[in-house]
Design a protein around this ligand. Structure first.
Ligand SMILES: Cc1ncc(COP(=O)(O)O)c(C=O)c1O
Length: 452
């Protein structure tokens, strides 16, 4: 074996240090100079005078003025697999993204408890400097194997993972071309990156193709971002078509699999399995640990170089604590559970299709949803959606509305999350009640709704 090349090693180390220093300098907070304005009497800033606070106040006041109880921040006092308790009453829960109903299984809880016993709870440091644990390394191997990529990296939040990806990989002079319905975390990443961005109409690969035909030459790197299963509409893109577009224009493609991993594909491996696409044709696969894996955190899956780049350069990884021990162990136990029992995925898919056909039989509008885990029922008016959600709770079902500005007012909806633990009777019952309330709401005035 030749002796190690000390000069190369040294220059590698020097460039690593230089990179770290550069990242550190760029992200170091600048001193804030106080203007002394907007002090409360106690001398500290009064945040009720913050411009954004007026929007919060308007949103809260709107419900009060209309006399409608806000369904947001409903506090559950206890949970069982597909039930939650509110004000002392157990109701069927359709608002949990524990898609495979693993959260309360002994298998998953047992692994989490064992991890706490072995390691405590916290990783106690950034992984770069003292927080690296075998649980992290093992989890990442399992995730990469599950999704079908060379490597993977786990981070403490799905939202932070998206922000880190976009803001670390792109900068001024680059372009992010993103589906108009993509998650907030992508847009926050774009803001932080300083890259230009453009949105394309939902799922419209032809639009993206045409746009890039004229715009591509203006940018250095271009990233196209789509989701595996959209979190508001429950529909999926045509992945092969997006791959054609990214090849034609020499761009990168990122797929956010937050809602599709564990759900799409015969064994839950996500959109690539579902649409029979080779995962290595996608540069960046991102997923969360908080949904089908019933933990908390996010992951990046792709080439070893991508993962290494993020491991050394993403501020949200380098300057943040490692994933907590029970969260890492839970995610790993969930991967095991899915690999050992893909029937869970198949049963979930069967229930989702049952939901869609039953909703259609009841003349409920399922929008563009393809009937996988995220199933909207379009109501078309925010106030009505809130009213129906409140009435459903009284009838024994927890289903949350999605209203303007999260979606346009005319497409306000009830968003159902389907779980493996639901059954046909529960689904039929909640949809029948929804259909009755939907009909009632059509002829009701605002005053009548306010009166209950
Ligand atoms: C599409 C999508 N990406 C990313 C996230 C962020 O994931 P997390 O909630 O795990 O931070 C979400 C959250 O719901 C999401 O829907």
């Amino acid at each position: 074996m030749p002796p190690p090349d000390k000069t190369a090693e040294k220059s590698d180390r020097q460039s690593l240090l230089a990179n770290l220093r550069q990242t550190h300098e760029a992200k170091r907070p600048r001193p804030v100079v106080s203007t002394g304005r907007s002090k409360s009497q106690s001398g500290s800033f009064d945040f009720s005078r913050h411009p954004a606070y007026s929007e919060v106040r308007v949103a809260k006041a709107a419900g009060q003025t209309l006399g409608v109880q806000s369904p947001f921040f409903r506090v559950a006092e206890a949970v069982r697999t597909t039930e939650a308790k509110f004000d002392g009453k157990w109701v069927r829960n359709f608002s949990s993204y524990d898609y495979l109903s693993l959260n309360l299984t002994e298998q998953v809880q047992g692994q989490a408890k064992q991890a706490i016993e072995n390691w405590g709870i916290s990783a106690t440091a950034s992984r770069l400097v003292g927080g690296e644990r075998t649980v992290h390394v093992e989890l990442e191997k399992r995730l990469a194997h599950f999704v079908g990529t060379e490597s993977a990296l786990a981070m403490v939040s799905g939202h932070a993972t998206n922000m880190a990806l976009v803001s670390t990989l792109l900068g001024p002079g680059d372009l992010v071309l993103v589906d108009t319905l993509a998650h907030n975390s992508i847009y926050e990443g774009i803001r932080a990156s300083g890259a230009a961005h453009s949105t394309f109409p939902h799922n419209d690969f032809a639009w993206a193709d045409q746009y890039l035909s004229t715009a591509r030459s203006r940018y250095k790197n271009v990233l196209i971002v789509i989701e595996g299963l959209y979190s508001m509409d429950g529909d999926a893109p045509d992945l092969a078509k997006f791959i054609e577009v990214k090849r034609r224009h020499d761009t990168w493609l990122m797929v956010d699999e937050a809602h599709s991993v564990g759900v799409l594909g015969a064994t839950g491996r996500g959109i690539c399995e579902e649409q029979q696409v080779d995962p290595s044709d996608v540069e960046i696969i991102m997923g969360t640990l908080s949904k089908a894996f019933c933990s908390c955190g996010g992951f990046i899956a792709g080439s070893a170089a991508l993962v290494d780049l993020m491991r050394y350069r993403a501020p949200g990884f380098v300057y943040s604590v490692g994933l907590s021990m029970p969260n890492a162990a839970t995610a790993m136990a969930s991967v095991d559970a899915i690999e050992n029992a893909p029937e869970r995925v198949q049963e979930l898919r069967r229930l989702c299709q049952f939901f869609k056909t039953t909703a259609e039989e009841l003349a409920l509008d399922t929008g563009p949803s393809q009937g996988y885990a995220v199933c909207p029922i379009i109501i078309g008016d925010s106030l009505k959606a809130v009213w129906i959600s409140n009435k459903l709770l009284e009838a024994g079902f927890n289903v949350l509305p999605i209203i303007t500005p999260a979606v346009p007012n005319k497409s306000a909806r009830l968003r159902f999350f389907l779980n493996y633990g639901h059954d046909e009777d529960m689904i039929r019952a909640v949809l029948t009640e929804t259909a009755v309330l939907r009909e009632r709401s059509k002829t009701m005035s605002l005053q009548e709704m306010a009166g209950g």
